[in-house]
Structures are given as C-alpha cells and as structure tokens.
Design a protein around this ligand. Sequence first.
Ligand code: HEC
Ligand code: HEC
Length: 369
Amino acid sequence: MRLKAVPATLAVAVLTLSLSATVCADDVQNLKITRPAYSNDLVINLQRTRQEPIQSIEPAKVTDPAKVELGKQLFFDPRLSRSGFISCNSCHNLSMGGSDNLVTSIGDRWRQGAIRVPTVFNASLNAAQSRDGRAQTLAEQTGGSIASPMEMNSTPQAAENMLNTIPGYRDQFKQVYQLDRIGIAQITDALAAFESTLVTPNSRFDQWLRGNDKAITANERAGYELFKIAGCITCHSGPAANSSGYQQIDVVRTYPVRNPVIGSAGATGDQNDRMMFKVPTLRNVELTYPYFHDGAAKTLPDAVQIMGQIQLGRNFTDDENVKIVAFLKTLTGNLPSFRLPQLPLSGDNTPRPNPFAPPASSASLLQQP
Ligand code: HEC
Ligand code: HEC
C-alpha cells in the first residue's frame, strides 16, 4: 500500500460569491422592488468574506443529540480500558487542548508511547486519522485506541462485554441503535459522533476571514502574509490548516530522528514513506505544546523556526518568528463547552477495575504501537 498524499499545491477551490447579477437596462426600468432579498448583515458578510487558502470552521451540526450524548459518556468512561482507569480523556484531555502536553503518551501499565498525542479538536476535519496513516476514519482510529496495548489495551470483545453489563448503556444504545446487544461498531460510531462535535469555530482569524478587519492586529496580519509568502501555506491550508494530508518532514534538511517512529513507512512498509507524517492541524496550536510527532519542539517559536529550516530552508529573523507565532495564536477558536456527563452506574455483575491485574495476553504487550 502506498499512502496517497494530497499534493502540497495550492489547490484551493475559490468560492465565487457574486451578488451583483448582470442587470440589463430594460430590467432596470421595470425594477420597482428595491428591497434586497437578503438582510443587510448577510449582504455585508457575503461581500466581505475573504477568499483565503485557510477557510473558517463551521460550528458542528448535531443531527442526533442522543447519539452525541452517548459518545460523550463513552469518551469520559475509563471502563473502556483494560485497567478501568484510562479514558479517552486521559490522553485527549478536553481541558488541555484535546491532548496531554506530554512528549509521548502514557498508556496501560504506565507504558511510554512512542508518539505525541494529537489533539481531538477538529479531528473530524482531518483528511485521515493517526500520524502515520494507519487509520482513515474517526471510528477506525477509536477502535484502534481501545485495543492498542500502548493505549487502553482492551479488546473489542472486552469493551462490548463490559458495556453490555451496564444497564444505563444498554438502554441508551437500544434507543439510539435499536439493538439489544451493544457491539463495537456502535461504540466507535457513537464516539465518532461525539468527536465530530469537537470543532472550534469563531477564532479571531475566522472573524477576520468573515470580514471583521479589527479581529486581528497588524502584526498578526503581517505574520499571516509571511506564512503565505514563505510557503508554509503549501502544506498548511484548508479549514484546519492541514489539508495537504501526509508530507515528508525533511524536505530541505534531515530531521534528527530521536525515536523508533519512522512515519508512514511504519504503516505501509514502503521505504518511500519514511519520515512522512500527517500534517497536523494548526487550529488551537498554542494550546498543544510540545510539537511534532516526537514532541521535540518545546515551544511554538521553536516549532516555527524548525519548520522554516527543515521544510523551506529558511531561517526566520526574531521579528519574523514573532509575527508568525502571533498569527498562529489567532487560530485559537471557541473550545467546546458542555456539561460533564454523569456515567451510568456499573451493574452488580460488571467487572470492577483492576489496574494491577496481569494483562490477559502478554503477547499483546510485545506488539509495537
Ligand atoms: C494512552 C493515550 C491514549 C488514549 C487513552 C486514547 N488515545 Fe487517541 N491517540 C493517542 C495517540 C498516541 C494517538 C496517535 C496515534 C498515531 O498517530 O499512530 C492517538 C490518535 C487519536 C486520533 C487521531 C487524531 C489525529 O489527528 O490523527 C483520534 C481521533 C483519537 N486518538 C481518538 C481517541 C478516542 C476516541 C479514544 C478513546 C476510545 C482515544 N483516542 C484514546 C493516544 C491515546
Ligand atoms: C512540506 C510540508 C510542510 C511545510 C512547507 C510546512 N509544514 Fe509545518 N508541518 C508539516 C508536517 C508534516 C508536520 C508534522 C511534523 C511531525 O509530526 O513531526 C508539521 C508540523 C508543524 C507544526 C507543529 C504542529 C504540532 O501540533 O505538532 C507547526 C507549528 C508548523 N508545522 C508550522 C509551520 C510553519 C510556520 C511553516 C512555514 C515556516 C510550516 N509549518 C511549513 C508539514 C509542513
């Protein structure tokens, strides 16, 4: 299998919003109704929406609130893990930018993962999930997280069995999926539905895109122009600033390899995919330090400087770096805000957490991430 990387060109579909339809002289004479069909605000917004390679994020449209609520409970439920102690939120902490601010993740039995936890915010806008292309969809990635020995170290069967002993879940799954027995497909589907709501619209940059000139400062604007001129935009474009899919991270200079992770080659076995990683979203990037797949860049200024060097062969001056960083901080949007879910109680026969029990199969611990 060879991973398909979206070419890092500026293939930006420009949406032409023209309000001024051609009007011929006869029409003008016959034109009696002057009231526009649009409200004034809408007309102003449409006229002033900026056509830029980074587009604004739309708020999530919830079509099935019961499913989203169920997915939210599962996201916070440690009973999906072998130990009964680790939930999705342990690593994708929604109070910490959807990640954990650690260099690499910590999974079952305090195992050190090999890779920096990516944020779940705006993950629904990713071309594919996971840093190396292992998983395509949110549901697929979610199933992988439950079963990965480096993460929750459970199995699909164990997760199903566990939830089927919890009456509150059985009732909700029945209501949402009309099924008497909960299966892994429904578990991952509900989780994916919740994850799709974790978008962060209305950043200051988005307000600027929608025509509010004052939403970003002159300095931040200069940083954005530099981001485009320098060539960052070739890979970081689209609503989540990551629409170029998977790219090499040593375009101009070799990336100093610090851990066994070799990019997509790990998933495809194709040496051409070595050091090819998913282009991460830059939305809310100020929250998700440290940076890169190995967490090697401690701060945003460091990450910007290294990107300039390895991807574009460019050494930014301090002033340029400050401007680009200032622009990147305008991408922080409205973080999801909701009531913490109360999890359904365990039934009398629900297995109790036992984080210190030996793993069911020691072979699973030998698997690589
Ligand atoms: C022990 C820490 C840990 C736990 C627990 C965990 N994850 Fe992850 N998650 C990771 C790591 C590490 C990656 C990156 C894996 C990779 O790229 O190969 C990841 C990747 C993801 C991604 C892909 C994001 C992207 O941008 O590529 C999604 C979505 C995700 N996890 C959702 C979940 C859900 C839902 C759960 C709960 C069922 C969960 N995770 C539990 C550590 C964790
Ligand atoms: C050739 C494509 C490409 C270009 C050009 C590029 N990037 Fe990146 N960028 C990537 C990839 C791939 C990663 C992920 C690296 C990793 O995970 O190790 C990344 C990661 C980042 C990160 C870290 C995000 C995180 O959460 O870890 C920042 C910040 C960043 N880029 C900013 C920039 C800036 C600023 C520029 C211009 C100076 C730039 N990039 C140019 C592909 C590119």
